[in-house]
Design a protein around this ligand. Sequence first.
Ligand SMILES: Cc1ncc(COP(=O)(O)O)c(C=O)c1O
Length: 403
Amino acid sequence: MPTPTIHLNERVAAMQPSATLAMSARATQLRREGHPVIALSAGEPDFGTPEPIAQAGIDAIQSGFTNYTENKGMQELREAISAKLDRDNGLSYAPDQVLCSNGAKQSVALGVHVLCGPGDEVLIPAPYWVSYPEMARFAGAEPTVVPTTAEEGYKMSPQALEEALTDNTRLVILCSPSNPTGAVYTPDELEALADVLRHHEDVYVLSDEIYEHITFDAEHVSFASLPGMKERTITVNGFSKAYAMTGWRLGYLAASAPIVQAAAKVQSQFTSAPSSISQKAGVAALEMDNGPVQEMVAAFRERRDVVLERLRAIDGVHCPTPGGAFYVFPEVSHYLGTTAPDGRRVDDSEDLCFYLLEEHNVALVHGNAFGTPNGLRLSYAASMDDLQTALGRIEDGFAALRG
Ligand SMILES: Cc1ncc(COP(=O)(O)O)c(C=O)c1O
């Protein structure tokens, strides 16, 4: 029998695999071969899930709370999220305006898919989280990338937003604190963006606030809390980062009722609700004392300061101060167009990352993956010892480049 030709859906064939995961896979392979690789490429906290949350999951299993829940997520969790949005963000969403999903990633995908389709443009400031453009394309829409620079602190200006908007713009995706830069928009900066959008009434905003609790010297403001913005904003958040729950797969979106109903319809046909066990754990996370989160944030702050100081001491490296998340995004154009001691060319940040990985045993993620080829992302969700060793290797690696 001849093997059948596989005709993949065109949108699947066109989709780029995640560069973050690709880098981690290469690092794992090198480690398996015996290389002492330090991976600063992952997007997850290096902490365990706090005990009260884990215990709630165990209790759920032991008490037999292991059935399907309501598709939108169980009432108890949606009530807890509604209370959290009110308490932390000044947002009034009824539990019915909340949809729980298998991670914030699924909530972002649902938001993009229920609003956008062929002919629509999705405006995405770069550096962006790798999945946004792929989700837009998969919905049949066109991503419009708005570049930002290190000098601007990697934040989109109101002028840049205004210039990028067209009659076809359907959605703007904002991520603050940002993955991959750690940039946090100030309340005034968000208000200036909102002011532009007030003149474009058909444009929606998806505000990805998954790093909300990981902020240092910066105040987190929910975009939907700005005057007139709630009706046009989908607020996405989740448990992975603040509560070190990446494997539990729990996130949510909050929006106006028709959007939530549409997203719930898609979810009901594709995945149904997230795990009942994770939902119980999610309730415990929202009710828990914030101590473990604060400890984690304090550790991230200390590491950020060390990483920033050493990166900035490297000749030609520019790095704005990240106000949140656990990433720094140095601008490294000074080292592009150089040659490594083994003769390999380092023409872009992907070459630079593979050079640092293969010759100096440090895994980072190249800026091409985030739409900003002059930079690279370093995740400091790693021990201080590993960070110090990795930074020494990065310094040596840069110093050896000639060109
Ligand atoms: C900006 C951003 N949004 C969403 C997500 C998805 O998080 P979750 O684990 O809840 O799907 C991530 C995870 O890396 C992220 O960095």
